[in-house]
Design a protein around this ligand. Structure first.
Ligand SMILES: NC(=O)c1ccc[n+]([C@@H]2O[C@H](COP(=O)([O-])OP(=O)(O)OC[C@H]3O[C@@H](n4cnc5c(N)ncnc54)[C@H](OP(=O)(O)O)[C@@H]3O)[C@@H](O)[C@H]2O)c1
Length: 258
C-alpha cells in the first residue's frame, strides 16, 4: 500500500503499549513525525525519532499541557489519534458499577478525547486540513456483559465522533472511528493469563474460552495490534481523502450487523 505520511505531524495517545504502540510505529514508518503520550514514562521502547511526553487524558490540565507541548514541539498537528482508553471488567453487571466507576470510564474513554479534540481541532479547521481518528470498540455496537460501562462509554465516543465529523467536514478536517474486536494487546493477554491461572488450563484454552464468551471470531483468530494500526495508517493518509464520519469495525467478522 502506498502510504506516504512524510512531513505529517501526528499525536497518538496511549502509544507505549498495544494498539497505540503499533499505530505509533506504522505512522512513523510511513514518514510522519509522531509525538505520543501515556501516564507512565516508558519512552525507552519507542521507535527512534518518536517524541514522548507524560500525560493523563483523564486530567483536563494534563490534556491542555499535552496539546500545547505537541503544538510547540511539532509546529502544529495534522493527525490526531485518540487511542488511550480501556476499563476493568465488572463481573457483577450493572448493579456493580458505582458512580465513581462510571465517571472514571467516561473520563478515560470519552472526555479525554473530547478535550484533546477541543484543543487541537480548531487549528486544523483554521488551516483547512487535518485528520482525527477515535479508537472505539466493537462493544460500542454490541455491549459486552462485564464491560457495560466501557461499552456505553465507547458508544458515546462513537456518537460524538460522528457528530464532530459532520461539523468539521466542510472545513477540510476528516474524523473517523475504528472499532476493534478482541485484539491481543498486553491488556487482553493479562485477561487470558488470569483465566489460565484461575482454571489451571493452558493459555490457548483460556483464549478459546474468552473468544467463546464473545460469540466466536469467524476468521479463526484474535486480532493483532498491527491489524488495527494498518487500518489507522490508511485512514489518516490521503488515500482515504473521501472518508469521513465512518466507523470501521475490525473484528475478524464477529459482529454480524452494526
Ligand atoms: N485490546 C482490545 O481487545 C481492544 C478492543 C477494542 C477497543 N480497544 C481500545 O483500543 C485502545 C487501546 O487498547 P489496548 O488494548 O492497546 O490498551 P493497553 O494495552 O492497555 O494500552 C493502553 C495505552 O494507553 C495508555 N493509557 C491508558 N490510560 C491512559 C490515560 N488515562 N492517559 C494517557 N494514557 C493512557 C497506556 O499507558 P499508561 O498505562 O502508562 O498510561 C498504554 O500506552 C483503547 O482505547 C481500548 O479501549 C482495545
Amino acid at each position: 500500500m502506498v502510504n506516504n505520511l512524510a512531513g505529517r505531524r501526528a499525536v497518538v495517545t496511549g502509544g507505549t503499549r498495544g494498539i497505540g504502540a503499533a499505530i505509533v510505529r506504522k505512522l512513523s514508518e510511513a514518514g510522519a513525525t509522531v509525538l505520543t503520550t501515556a501516564r507512565s514514562a516508558n519512552a525507552t521502547d519507542l521507535p527512534p525519532g518518536v517524541l514522548f511526553t507524560t500525560a493523563d487524558v483523564t486530567d483536563p490540565d494534563s490534556v491542555r499541557r499535552l496539546a500545547d507541548e505537541a503544538t510547540r514541539r511539532l509546529g502544529g498537528v495534522d493527525i490526531l489519534v485518540n487511542n488511550a482508553g480501556g476499563g476493568a471488567a465488572r463481573p457483577g453487571g450493572y448493579s456493580d458499577i458505582d458512580d465513581k466507576t462510571w465517571q472514571d470510564i467516561l473520563e478515560t474513554n470519552l472526555l479525554g478525547a473530547v478535550r484533546l479534540d477541543r484543543a487541537l481541532v480548531p487549528a486544523m479547521v483554521e488551516r483547512g486540513s487535518g485528520v482525527v481518528v477515535h479508537i472505539s470498540s466493537s462493544s460500542a455496537h454490541v455491549p459486552v456483559g462485564a464491560l457495560l460501562h466501557y461499552s456505553a462509554a465507547k458508544g458515546a465516543l462513537s456518537t460524538y465522533s460522528k457528530g464532530l465529523a459532520e461539523e468539521v467536514a466542510a472545513k477540510g478536517v476528516r474524523v473517523n472511528r475504528v472499532s476493534p474486536g478482541m485484539t491481543e494487546t498486553p491488556a487482553v493477554a493479562g485477561v487470558i493469563a488470569d483465566i489460565a491461572a484461575a482454571t489451571g488450563g493452558s493459555r490457548d484454552d483460556a483464549r478459546a474460552t474468552l473468544v467463546e464468551s464473545i460469540g466466536g471470531i469467524p476468521i479463526g483468530r484474535t486480532g493483532t495490534p498491527d491489524d488495527i494500526a494498518n487500518l489507522v495508517a490508511f485512514l489518516v493518509s490521503d488515500e482515504a481523502s473521501w472518508i469521513t464520519g465512518a466507523d470501521y469495525v475490525i473484528d475478524g467478522g464477529m459482529l454480524k450487523a452494526s
